[in-house]
Write a protein that binds this ligand. Sequence first.
Ligand SMILES: Cc1ncc(COP(=O)(O)O)c(C=O)c1O
Length: 453
Amino acid sequence: MTSLADHISDAQATDEEFLRKIFIRSQMQDFVRDPLLMTRAEDCYYWDVHGKRYLDALSGIYVVSVGHSNRRVIDAIKQQMDTLCFSPPMHGSNPVAVRLANRLVELAPGDLAAAKLLCGGSEATEAAFKMARQYHKLTGHPGKYKIISRYQSWHGSTMASLSASGLSSRKTVNEPLAPGFLHVFPPTCYRCPFGKEYPSCNLTCASLISDVIQAEDPETVAAVIVEPIGHTGGVIDPPDEYLPMLRELCDKHNVLLIFDEVINGAGRTGHLFAAQTFGVTPDIVCLGKGISGGYAPLSAVLCRQHVADAFWGDPAVNPGFVEGHTFEGNPIACIAGLATLDEIVDRDLCANARAMGARLKAGLEGLRKYGIIGQIRGKGLFLGFDIVANPATKAQFNPPIGLKIGKRALANGLLTRFDPHWIALGPPLIVGETEINEILRLLDQSIREVLEV
Ligand SMILES: Cc1ncc(COP(=O)(O)O)c(C=O)c1O
């Protein structure tokens, strides 16, 4: 089999004119100066166009749940390609998509009962908002349209998912955004937005959402969307009471609770659904990234029985869920999803995520010797830590050093998610002790080199 490297010589791949033709996620000048081009991957490792090896402590970006080059998924896709690659989405579906919807429902907690199969996380959160709004219209509450989400959150880059997101750095350039999106503060206990301490705070961050709904008029509020563990901000896992409180206040106000499990799902937090990790069933769950392991673009929106029921009826009065995309339920993506789920379940990768996550978390404690680690957070193989100048006062570095550490780690062959003040880790769920030790060794080395100690 030929690889990209066979087609692009090193000289060509690093040629500025050649590289300038593609828009990437960050400043192209930086990319062109020091381009990272992966050409090959196996298990927990990538190789770039120059043959340099990287330990993937991020699953690409929380995607490669069952590892790179997974034989079972690849073989399933190859077989599917010989059978059916596309079915007409306007007229029906295909058996692979129906099987995947059933499998997801079977594995999901509570009475999550039906699934819409899409291509990416942003499509999933967009569809969840539409589902919530249409549900209320179908059930006699047409005025309920507002979506409440949290500052610091990321729910995607399409207009409505971006409107729900809470990162000014990514929103401002696109404003004005869609109307009907409100934001509240997240449960960042390490730096409480209300200046309080847990547990004497009585979870102001949660109870305030009820106050906001009340102040807005509950008859105008459709849904609350949260990631069970928030990614941006440095892997924000909420106090135990937080999600049960959200469940209760949403029930009280007839507001749908949406979990964005685009990162959290597919076993990442140590259970297939983060809803299981926290023992709270939302009305709608968005899945993406890890459910197809990166082998094909796939996402899903699952809803509970009472929500699904609202979309069922005589077409003369009920159009069903008015949401559709050309590539929804694509058989190649769906077979990738089925095979990935089989891998996670059959190999009990959730248990591995719990065990290896505990090992990684314990190892991160060892980095405290450098005096720059604040709080270490997360569950399963979804972990993050703050980088602070003074752990006692929580004072941040000025200028920040998070990017320096992350970039040094990359230079040392370790892929992480780095921000100015935090670093997050999310290796494939197949990761073993050897790779966990290597992640810790490379992090240790990178911190040491940046601090010059
Ligand atoms: C929590 C969360 N939701 C939604 C999205 C959007 O997913 P996608 O980039 O696949 O559209 C992301 C992407 O990073 C995400 O992290």
